[in-house]
Every structure is written in C-alpha cells, then in structure tokens.
Ligand binder design. Structure first.
Ligand SMILES: CC(C)(COP(=O)(O)OP(=O)(O)OC[C@H]1O[C@@H](n2cnc3c(N)ncnc32)[C@H](O)[C@@H]1OP(=O)(O)O)[C@@H](O)C(=O)NCCC(=O)NCCS
Length: 92
C-alpha cells in the first residue's frame, strides 16, 4: 500500500510483504522496483518513507540493501512515537 499526500509531499509505503514461502527468491526486489519507479514518475515526491520493527529476520536489511537509509523524522511525521518502529526513507 502506498500513502500519497501530494499537498504535503509525503509518500509512505505500508505493509510491503512477501509470503514466507517465497521470501529470499528476489520477489521483494522485483516488486519494490516498479513501486519506486511509479512514485518517481509522478514527479511530485522526493522520497518514499517507511518504517520497520527491528528484530531477528526483520526487513531492515532488505531496505538498507535496496538503498533506504535511516529517517528519524518518520516516527514523528506518522505519529509512531509510542511504537517500536524505526523510520527509513529512499531518496530519489
Ligand atoms: C522483507 C521482505 C519484503 C523482502 O522480500 P524478499 O522477497 O524476501 O527479498 P529478496 O529476495 O527480493 O531480497 C532482495 C535483497 O535483499 C536482501 N534481503 C532480503 N531480506 C533481507 C533481510 N531480512 N535482511 C537482510 N537482507 C535481506 C537479500 O539478500 C537480497 O540481496 P541481494 O540483492 O544482494 O541478493 C520479505 O522478506 C518480507 O515480507 N518479510 C517479512 C515481512 C516484513 O517484515 N515486512 C515488512 C513490512 S511490515
């Protein structure tokens, strides 16, 4: 799911998941690449933000591998202060 708020220049990626049986086979990269290209093609947003929960087998390494970096501001922007979420963003 993508949350796109054009007036505020905010783009947030939600609930990006690959079924457990099919993880580690390249589908995550294959699916996220067109999502990023789509958002880029809109020529409205400067980045895509998301959040992850740290822990064993978490998605953090996947996003870092993809080029996402830490984005502390996400936590406040998306009102996640009372959660264990860590903010990340992909810059165009
Ligand atoms: C995280 C997730 C989306 C990745 O999708 P995937 O199909 O398993 O990942 P891919 O096979 O496309 O891997 C792409 C690259 O990321 C790396 N990677 C994948 N998962 C990783 C992880 N958990 N930690 C570190 N690196 C990871 C792969 O090694 C691969 O690297 P390479 O391109 O250098 O070979 C998927 O595993 C998933 O849905 N996990 C559980 C749910 C989850 O945490 N979702 C987050 C949102 S709630």
């Amino acid at each position: 799911m993508l949350g796109l708020i054009k007036e505020k220049n905010k783009c947030f990626l939600w609930r990006f998941m690959i079924d457990k049986k099919y993880q580690g086979k390249g589908y995550g990269n294959m699916a996220l690449t067109p999502v990023i290209n789509y958002v880029k093609s809109l020529k409205v947003f400067y980045n895509i933000k998301t959040s992850i929960v740290s822990g064993e087998n978490c998605a953090e390494g996947f996003y870092r591998n993809f080029g996402f970096q830490d984005a502390g501001e996400v936590i406040k922007e998306f009102r996640l202060e009372n959660s264990d979420e860590i903010g990340m963003k992909y810059l165009f």
